[in-house]
Ligand binder design. Structure first.
Ligand SMILES: Nc1ncnc2c1ncn2[C@@H]1O[C@H](COP(=O)(O)OP(=O)(O)OP(=O)(O)O)[C@@H](O)[C@H]1O
Ligand SMILES: [Mg+2]
Length: 125
């Protein structure tokens, strides 16, 4: 499953991933993958991969760092700054768009596949 997290700096993307992990009973530090570009978590029987591609520049790194292999159908990949790897990243099943308003934050969820739709249905039930 591939989930894009779109929104400005500080919009709350990492905070959402941190709280998803906490809800899945992950105990440990959830660091922003600002410099490592990827953090990996094995939790609740899930293989979760958290990308922050803000600093991603080198298309060759996509292969050499093994990023392509992470999108293997078994992992749940949550991707901040997906636009930085446009053309390399697989399409998203789900996109979460964060907007900061003067005194609140808005999240818009958009399903692009059957898997994504199943997620939205599960959330709304
Ligand atoms: N829903 C929220 N309500 C209040 N504060 C929030 C919320 N989400 C995030 N924040 C705060 O906003 C700040 C930035 O959040 P975060 O690091 O999650 O942003 P980000 O979208 O991942 O940014 P970046 O693009 O730089 O990685 C943090 O201090 C966090 O505590
Ligand atoms: Mg972040």
């Amino acid at each position: 499953m591939v989930i894009y997290l779109r929104g400005d700096l500080g919009a709350g993307k990492t905070t959402l991933v941190r709280n998803i992990l906490i809800k899945l009973s992950y105990v440990g530090k959830v660091k922003s993958p600002t410099y490592t570009l990827i953090e990996q978590y094995e939790v609740a029987g899930l293989h979760l991969r958290h990308f922050d591609l803000y600093r991603f520049r080198d298309a060759e790194e996509w292969e050499s760092a093994g990023f392509r292999d992470e999108f293997n159908g078994d992992n749940i990949c949550l991707v901040e700054w997906p636009e930085q790897a446009a053309g390399l990243l697989p399409a998203a099943d789900l996109e979460i768009i964060f907007t900061i308003l003067p005194d609140s934050r808005v999240l818009e969820l958009q399903a692009n596949s059957d898997k994504g739709k199943q997620c939205l249905n599960a959330l709304s039930n």
